[in-house]
Write a protein that binds this ligand. Structure first.
Ligand code: NUP
Length: 290
């Protein structure tokens, strides 16, 4: 792994994570999060011979989409499986330099006993310099603490995931009433959130559950993947998830944006797709502050 980068963040250190996210929403005027999930076989032909294809691809997309999104979300496995973690690191550094106002979420879905979780937190925040990391709460609150201890960074907890099988466990009924994902939302908004830096993940494929999560966690930021390639429901997401201030959501699309074109115009096509999705989000009446 690379040397630890400076712990300097994308945005001023005196702001906590929530304040930085609010700034990112206001600066971009957007709730859009662009997923940076490069796959070798899907890269445009013009990049196939490139020395650092993932970084070159991301760089073009980041440059073309500056100002169109409040956040970017590289998914760790896409880089690790290709042996290109150096290009993930370079991508995060580029985001820090070129779009310091946007939040960078490292999607790694970490979760382990405390002493190992400490290593994972260090990896995400000190090595990669991410503003936020996704974590799996399955092992309990003590395993989230090493992440939440970084008070200026965000900890994005899986709550109701977008995949078809997410109900196998997440929708299990609890003896005390409610379902497991609701208990995750409740704990994330209360006991687990002593440092005020927790956000949740709820898939755009489950707007009914999103409405439930909003009840348990009225103020928490919610990362919503599943728009675009997974066929999630944008209007249902906005209806169920927006806060009264018209913010509160990070609506992610990865493949729907980055693979908008397989030609040489891939970056402009990605920007166009980002613009269209951002505008569709902003047309929703609830986006206007009430
Ligand atoms: O519940 C989740 N669903 C999901 O798709 C939680 C996630 N973090 N993701 C991630 O979001 C997934 O790993 C991928 O990086 C992205 C969705 O990509 P796409 O369907 O927009 O291409």
């Amino acid at each position: 792994l690379p040397e630890a980068v400076s712990t300097a963040c994308f945005l001023p250190m005196n702001l906590n994570f929530t304040e930085r996210l609010e700034r990112a929403w206001d600066w971009s005027g957007s709730l859009l999060c662009i997923g940076l999930d490069p796959q070798t076989e899907r890269l445009p032909d013009c990049l196939q011979g490139s020395e650092r294809p993932f970084f070159t691809f991301n760089k073009a997309i980041i440059e073309a989409t500056r100002g169109l999104a409040c956040a970017y979300k590289p998914q760790f496995a896409h880089y690790a499986a290709a042996g290109r973690l150096d290009e993930l690191e370079a991508t995060l550094q580029l985001l820090r330099e070129r779009v310091p106002e946007a939040i960078c979420i490292l999607d790694a879905k970490r979760g382990d006993i405390g002493s190992t979780a400490e290593r994972y937190a260090k990896e995400a925040f000190d090595i990669y310099g991410a503003d936020a990391v996704t974590v799996n709460p399955y092992m309990g609150g003590d395993t989230l603490q090493p992440f939440t201890n970084y008070g200026d960074r965000g900890v994005v907890v899986l709550c109701k995931t977008s995949n078809a099988g997410s109900g196998d466990l997440q929708n299990l009924a609890l003896e005390k009433g409610g379902q497991l994902f609701e208990e995750v939302a409740r704990l994330a908004a209360t006991d687990w959130n002593a440092n005020g830096n927790i956000a949740l993940v709820v898939g755009a494929t489950y707007p009914e559950e999103l409405a439930q999560v909003r009840k348990w966690a009225p103020q928490l930021p919610i990362l919503v993947p599943g728009i675009g390639a997974q066929g999630g429901d944008l209007e249902g997401t906005l209806r169920a998830g927006l806060r009264p201030d018209g913010k509160g959501l990070l609506i992610n699309s990865s493949r729907g944006i980055i693979y908008a074109s397989a030609g040489e115009d891939f970056a402009e096509a990605a920007a166009q797709a980002a613009r269209e999705l951002g505008e569709a989000i902003n047309r929703y009446p609830g986006r206007v502050q009430r």
